[in-house]
Design a protein around this ligand. Structure first.
Ligand SMILES: Cc1cc2nc3c(=O)[nH]c(=O)nc-3n(C[C@H](O)[C@H](O)[C@H](O)COP(=O)(O)OP(=O)(O)OC[C@H]3O[C@@H](n4cnc5c(N)ncnc54)[C@H](O)[C@@H]3O)c2cc1C
Length: 285
């Protein structure tokens, strides 16, 4: 299939890109890595009248850890994160997640910002943004605004970005050196989207879990946190039976839909098993 006709713009700086988006609004789509948008256009699931290619826009592809958080430019490619970009647990977590995104050619072109803007509930970066309470920076001719990850994902492929906004940066909190991170996903073949994915961060002080984060992908319209699993874990000693209990709590927290890849019950059981495994893997790292 070939895409429907569209006008193509290749702005050279952010101001020009923002003006173009403001002028064309709903009619336009931003083109980043093209790894989701181009197939959708070829199948005519997306028919933007105007395509605004931001690949030539400078200054929005960097990774910077100098401001107390990790700042990832929207155009940073998945592959850039495959080697730890910061020392410690955050760099390790991002590298593991990056390695699970599609296949190498997709990781070379696809972007961090494109993945969040696309908002596939099974996408690794969407789950990580939810896990770490990322701050998403949206720019427009009206200025900049910061959106907490919890307010960013609305439903499948839908975010709270306005039609005249471009996602320009994502900020992640630096994790302390003692944070234990876990990431596990299950897909039918290497490189496929996860059927279910689980990621965790535990902070342990004096032998007890002082803070716990559990996030899940592939089991709802958006990436999800599991408050029940987080509450089971907090203030307790990390061990296999606690992790089993947390997995069961996470499974009760979700209402997955069934599809051709697996029934709702199958996905719920994957949540139980993968949450436990992510927690176990975090304490073995
Ligand atoms: C075979 C295959 C397997 C894949 N497997 C996985 C996988 O396992 N996990 C996974 O997470 N992804 C997977 N992907 C998708 C891939 O990660 C994409 O790179 C990603 O979803 C979108 O990023 P992109 O830069 O390619 O965005 P594009 O395709 O260019 O854009 C996607 C959408 O986001 C919008 N957009 C992009 N950037 C911005 C921005 N800065 N501001 C506002 N809107 C923007 C576009 O307008 C479009 O609507 C796979 C893709 C393919 C083809």
């Amino acid at each position: 299939m070939k895409p429907a006709k569209f006008k193509y713009h290749a702005p050279k700086d952010l101001q020009e890109a923002l003006s173009l988006v403001a002028e064309s609004g709903d009619e336009s789509k931003v083109l980043a890595g093209g790894q989701s948008l181009v197939p959708s256009m070829n199948f005519r699931l997306a028919r933007p009248a105007v395509l605004i290619d931001i690949n030539g826009v400078g200054g929005i592809d960097g990774i910077d850890a100098s401001n107390g958080h990790l700042s990832i430019g929207a155009l940073a490619r998945h592959v850039t994160l495959e080697r730890p970009v910061v020392e410690g647990p955050l760099g390790r977590l991002l590298a593991t997640a990056a390695h699970n995104v599609g296949h190498l050619p997709i990781r070379v072109r696809g972007t961090f910002g494109g993945s969040l803007a696309h908002a596939d509930p099974a996408a690794e970066w969407c789950m990580i943004a939810s896990l770490l309470d990322a701050t998403i920076v949206a720019s427009s001719v009206r200025g900049q605004r910061e959106i907490p990850a919890a307010d960013f994902f609305k439903t499948v492929f839908t975010t709270t970005l306005e039609p005249d906004e471009i996602l320009t940066e994502v900020r992640l909190p630096r994790l302390g050196p003692g944070a234990e991170v876990g990431f596990v996903e299950f897909s039918r073949r290497a490189g496929d989207f996860a059927i279910v994915a689980a990621s965790t961060v535990l902070e342990v002080a004096d032998g007890r879990i002082s803070s716990a984060r559990v996030a899940l992908g592939g089991v709802g319209g958006t990436p999800l946190r599991s408050p029940a699993a987080e509450s089971v874990l907090t203030s307790n000693e990390p061990d296999d039976s606690l992790f089993e209990e947390a997995g069961a709590a996470a499974a009760r927290d979700v209402e997955p839909m069934g599809d051709i890849h697996g029934s709702a019950e199958y996905r719920r059981d994957l949540v139980r098993v993968l949450t436990r495994r992510a927690l176990q893997s975090s304490m073995k790292a």
